[in-house]
Design a binder for this molecule. Structure first.
Ligand SMILES: Cc1cc2nc3c(=O)[nH]c(=O)nc-3n(C[C@H](O)[C@H](O)[C@H](O)COP(=O)(O)OP(=O)(O)OC[C@H]3O[C@@H](n4cnc5c(N)ncnc54)[C@H](O)[C@@H]3O)c2cc1C
Length: 452
């Protein structure tokens, strides 16, 4: 592949998660020279468990949208091939014209990251180093590389792909939008027993149940492996005990829709119950507190720009969309890294920030409804509230498809918001699925772990 204007850019990437490695592969395939640094040494060579400390979500449930496969096929095809070889399952749906469309990829996060990493290790022009990035080195007000455990790595462009918890350049950036989302979950990974068919799903990737005061999701991964999640408001502490196996098992048995997945004759647990860390909805662009670029020659991509609640499984998609845009901008601007930063900031604000704002609004309203509030019909309606109304007015459904599949921004729902409001003004409300209420679930948890 040609580099932008034939110029070879020296790039240092902070972070070897999905964003850092796909960026590194895309740049190296264009002929640029890339060093990507991550403090994690990678999976043990004997194929044993990969602890992946520092990435809280590594062992948690992930669903992968089709855009993830699209970016991999375009920018890191060997990673796509490796993912297939490790057993990921692209889900094909028939189209009206006789063709098919990929609507998602079933895989655990660990399977995905093992594939991306193994491909990155084989990519000529990309060097993976294990180390801690202490900071960005500068000369005359521009980034000129990174400092790794006290040694300098020179670069024309520094890419910060340090994830949602990356601290190394936090001091350079302006205040973000958002914060903790007010929602928490616990999850557990299972495998369907041999011969057991996949229970009913809500869509190609997941089954969802909505109850009074909480929510349940099942994400189906590869080879009959799935994760079951129980999701609650952080304002309410009485479901915290779900992190204990006995409480999770009692809850799973008591929630009929979930029991169809987790009953002992249906599936066997593969892990303990995993408590999650704080979930965030945060947007931070490329600028510092003064409104100028945080540092010319330094760009941020992936979760370090845009982090959303995982309930809709959007994070890897938004991360790799940024990677694709950064690669396009490097093609266009080459060594003019300041132009890359400016253009990326405009794109981030137009294309990424709306997803964070969408989640902030939905999660805040969800937490209030879980606390007993009615749907607020005065202000803007959150996207999930608009979507629910489609069951009563099918013309709403036509507008939500592009939003649900992330082919249109959340503003696409504005065209049907009034129709949804009219549905709610009739007094109709979504009915909870059959199962315990939040208070009944809390009693079950307290009985299962009396001292928790
Ligand atoms: C609980 C949870 C569930 C999720 N579920 C989904 C889902 O279902 N679907 C979906 O699409 N997305 C999901 N996401 C989002 C998805 O996990 C992220 O979007 C994705 O991990 C972003 O990748 P990244 O490479 O930008 O960051 P990360 O994966 O966080 O990688 C950043 C890397 O940078 C390294 N690093 C940081 N600082 C330094 C330093 N100073 N020196 C060296 N290395 C450093 C870290 O060790 C890490 O390896 C979920 C997120 C969470 C929290």
């Amino acid at each position: 592949m040609e580099s932008g204007g034939g110029v070879v850019v020296k790039v240092a990437v902070i972070g070897g998660g999905p964003t850092g490695l796909v960026t590194g592969m895309g740049l190296a395939r264009r002929g640029h020279t890339v060093v990507a640094v991550d403090r994690d040494p990678g999976p043990p060579p004997d194929g044993g468990p990969w602890p992946r400390r520092g990435v809280m979500q590594f062992h948690h449930a992930h669903a992968f949208r089709p855009q993830v496969g699209q970016v991999l096929r375009a920018e890191a095809p060997t990673a796509w091939d490796a993912w297939l070889a490790l057993g990921c399952e692209p889900i094909e749906m028939p189209l009206g014209d006789g063709g098919t469309a990929t609507v998602g990829v079933r895989s655990r996060r660990e399977t995905f990251e093992r594939a991306v990493r193994s491909a990155a290790l084989e990519q000529p022009g990309l060097e993976l180093r294990v180390g801690h990035v202490d900071g960005v080195t500068t000369s005359r007000g521009r980034a000129q590389g990174i400092s790794v455990d006290g040694s300098d790595v020179e670069a024309d462009l520094v890419v910060d792909a340090s994830g949602r918890s990356g601290r190394v350049n936090r001091h350079l950036r302006g205040p973000g939008v958002g914060g903790e989302c007010g929602i928490a979950y616990v999850d557990r990974t299972y495998r369907l027993r041999p011969g057991v068919p996949v229970p009913p799903m809500t869509n190609a990737l997941a089954w969802q149940g909505n109850y009074v005061g909480f929510m349940v999701l099942v994400f189906l991964h590869e080879r009959g492996i799935f994760s079951a999640l129980i999701i609650r408001s952080t304002a309410n502490r009485d479901l915290v005990g779900l992190k204990h196996t006995r409480a999770f098992e009692a809850a799973s048995a008591a929630i009929p829709g979930l029991a169809t997945w987790t009953a002992p004759d249906v599936a066997e647990p593969l892990t303990d119950v995993l408590p999650g860390g704080p979930l965030l909805n945060v947007f931070r662009g490329q600028r510092g507190p003064s409104g100028r670029l945080a540092l010319p020659g330094l760009v941020f991509v992936g979760d370090s720009v845009c982090t959303t609640t995982p309930i809709f499984g959007r994070g890897v998609t938004t991360s790799l969309a940024q990677v694709a845009e950064l690669l396009r901008l490097v093609d266009e601007h080459g060594c003019n890294v300041e132009s890359v930063g400016e253009a990326l900031d405009d794109w981030d604000r137009a294309q990424m920030r709306p997803w964070v704002e969408d989640h902030i609004m939905m999660d805040h309203a969800q937490a209030r409804r879980w606390a007993g509030d009615d749907v607020d019909l005065i202000g803007r309606l959150p996207s999930d509230v608009i979507m629910s109304a489609a069951s009563q007015d099918p013309s709403i459904g036509e507008a939500i498809g592009p939003y649900v599949s992330m082919q249109a921004l959340p503003s696409a729902l504005a065209t049907v918001e009034e129709k949804a409001r009219a549905v709610y003004r009739t007094g109709w409300r979504p009915q909870p699925d059959p199962g315990p209420t939040h208070d009944e679930l809390a009693d079950l948890v307290a009985a299962a772990v009396p001292t928790a």
